[in-house]
Design a protein around this ligand. Structure first.
Ligand code: SF4
Length: 311
């Protein structure tokens, strides 16, 4: 007699139970970025944006942080929680935007711009954060730039977020030639078509989108801002211009609303490298670990702390 394979849903439930059991044994917290697969979000203790998650992890009474996201996010958790073990379930989950700036490149550019402060987006390596004066998120980038005394600011690595900041400030924002390839899939013509198809909808896009897309949006928001808009906004339908993984979160937050992705192609292949199996293996093997050399960590932490001091 041939054995029948268990239905996929049963296998998922078993996997989930094993993860939750091992999580207790290891005294671990599981964090999932808003762009993670739905089943990974559902097994996490916290779902959110990278900095919000790292701050939650720093405040939690745990020994292990399993970061379901990409490499710079796990590094940020390691910067804020140096005594904890930080696991990234797939070591290949990187961020092509963060890779657009290396520490050497930042040092070289800063040498060309004496006296000009450098603000780096949180989507950068720890080594790049260590080379910059302040870090920022997509939610506070304009405020961070405005907080500086100088009239010129080097902003890296995302040129689209930098251009958005430029539209919000009288300071001169010197851009870096980097971009998120995933957000380039949000196209102005798709927004125009979706507006015609959903006349009741409002459009919210992430500031990593290109300026022509941003010009068509009703709201330009970080992922945290999108979650708030889903909960509190009046529109019954929202067209969403960011990575499609966030739709899972938005639908849970506001089950009565309709969320339409600006394109089905806005999928970050790196975010999708984390699976439930890899989360389990990471907890079983206690690796892959992400660490940051202490000399870099201390300087990178300074750039994050100076951001947190901005009101
Ligand atoms: Fe990096 Fe873009 Fe993927 Fe976010 S969506 S992790 S910025 S490549």
């Amino acid at each position: 007699m041939t054995a029948t394979a268990p239905p996929a849903r049963t296998a998922d439930v078993e996997l989930r139970e094993r993860i939750l059991r091992l999580k207790q044994e290891r005294r671990a917290v599981i964090l999932a970025h808003n762009y993670q697969l739905g089943e990974v979000q559902d097994v996490a203790d916290f779902v959110g944006d990278s900095l919000e998650l790292s701050r939650q992890a720093a405040a939690a009474e745990v020994e292990v942080i399993v970061f379901c996201g990409v490499h710079f996010m796990a590094e940020t958790a390691a910067i804020l929680s140096p005594r904890r073990t930080v696991l990234l379930p797939d070591p290949e989950a990187g961020c092509p935007l963060a890779d657009c700036a290396t520490a050497e490149q930042v040092r070289a550019r800063r040498a060309e711009l004496p006296g000009v402060p450098a603000v780096c987006y949180v989507n950068t390596s720890a080594a790049v954060k260590a080379e910059c004066d302040l870090c920022c998120t997509s939610a506070n980038a304009a405020r961070v730039v405005e907080s500086l005394e100088q009239d010129r600011v080097l902003f890296l690595p995302d040129r689209n977020l930098g251009a958005w900041v430029q539209s919000q400030t009288a300071k001169q924002v010197i851009l870096w030639p980097g971009a998120c390839l995933t957000h380039l899939y949000v196209q102005a013509r798709d927004i125009e078509r979706l507006r015609r198809e959903h006349p009741e909808a409002e459009v919210m896009v992430h500031p990593e989108c290109t300026p022509d897309v941003i010009a068509l949006a009703d709201h330009v928001l970080s992922t945290g801002g999108m979650v708030r808009m889903a909960r509190e906004g009046a529109a019954p339908t929202l067209i969403v211009g960011t990575e499609v993984g966030i739709i899972h979160r938005l639908q849970k937050e506001a089950p009565d609303k309709r969320f339409v992705p600006a394109s089905r192609r806005i999928v970050c292949p790196n975010m999708k490298k984390i699976t439930l199996e890899k989360v389990l293996w990471a907890l079983e093997d206690m690796r892959p670990r992400v660490t940051v050399a202490e000399e870099i960590r201390v300087r990178a932490l300074g750039s994050i702390e100076r951001m947190l001091a901005v009101r």
